[in-house]
Design a protein around this ligand. Sequence first.
Ligand code: 5AD
Ligand code: SF4
Length: 464
Amino acid sequence: MPVTVSQEQLQSQFTYIDAVAALIRGKQLRAYTHTFGCQQNEADTERIRGMLHEMGYTMTDKPEDADFILFNTCAVREHAEDRAFGNIGALSHLKKQRPDVVIALCGCMAQQEKNVEKIKKSYPQVSLLFGTHALWRFPSLLYRALTEKKRVFDIGGEDDIAEGLPVLRAQGPKAWLSIMYGCNNFCTYCIVPYVRGRERSRRPEEIEKELRELVAAGYKEITLLGQNVNSYGKDLGLDIDFADLLRRLNAVPGDFWLRFMTSHPKDASPRLFDAMAECDKVAKQLHLPFQSGSDEILRRMNRRYTAEEYRALIADARAKMPDITLSSDIIVGFPGENEEDFQQTLRLVKDVRFDLLFTFLYSPRTGTPAASYEDNATSQEKQDRFERLLKAQDEIVAERQAAYQGKTLRLLVDGTAKGPEYPFTARTEGNLLVCVRGENIQIGQFIEAKIEKTSLRCLFAQKL
Ligand code: 5AD
Ligand code: SF4
């Protein structure tokens, strides 16, 4: 059973929320947050913003106006780390001008020794640093940062779950709902299991309660989050798996779509697709990363499925949900990948015909097994493979998008668009981006609309 942070421990944090509130009362302080990386990080930032809001901070989107600045960081690729360091570096002058500004760094980078050392040594403007496991202790940490004249670092903590933290969600009809934390898979390229700890599932009644609150608050699209949602429940000892959870959540009354991410092919199953097909509120959309089409590379990535097994899963999902939209993650240039391995990836992409691909160049992560694997391909070769993959995918997407021409679809309006001709953005059930026009359109509304034209990145529709 996963460990839940006790009521007493949480209560003490609520006391610190009050203490910070008392400390800053009447000062009209502002907070700025910047999130790198995945949806899990975005969900974490929303909890921190919830705590800041309870303390009396108002939010600003300009760091130069803020009294508290937070970077929630990602360690999954080097590029994300470089950007975080760049952003913090750029704030050194601000800290010199206004020494009272509290600059904080949290998230996956803060959970790694090498980064902590670098911050300690070379980024004195950071006065508060805490890891993913210490998130629920943020009120006491901020209190210390505000009252003690020294830097505060907390990268300790257990693989536990804190329920009942306040949350300040982004505006709009979409909400994240974390159902589990951590990862047990140890794919050989991936830093996540080292920085987010072991898999732990929230109890189903807590998840259902939060979903009911979201629906009552008017949210229309709720995405269930976890590094590997298909292993939900394995640690609970409750005889519940992810398919059961989907059925339970689908029974919550209301007009909304349920999405989920991310799925791992080794745990996705016909049982999951049966549940998806059966549940009317579960959007017919699947993000199923395959990473590589070569069995040898998959073996060395420790993915524990073959390309053939992956194809069989897709075939089963499509047989049960013919209109399902599919997306995937791919890593190009994993150590030892040769042209033939890459051709197999390309073949899989062309055979499956995904609606959307997230393609990444392999980035070695210190502490992961693959970082010490021999790598013979040059960066030019890798770049060339990457571009060929993008080109192949663009051709597929252009055709798939064009097939929507003239169709009538149900859409969720979720924001405003840049261009004047189609002033709103919306999503299809399959999560495709649509720009819409028409009378009386409101954000948060489900509408029927007809697709008038298509492009590579967007469909264009008229509300009916
Ligand atoms: N290098 C490149 N891409 C990576 N990913 C995870 N680790 C790495 C890495 N070291 C990608 C995987 C994963 C996605 C979230 O990020 O494709 O599915
Ligand atoms: Fe990383 Fe693999 Fe876990 Fe995904 S499943 S977070 S890629 S180790």
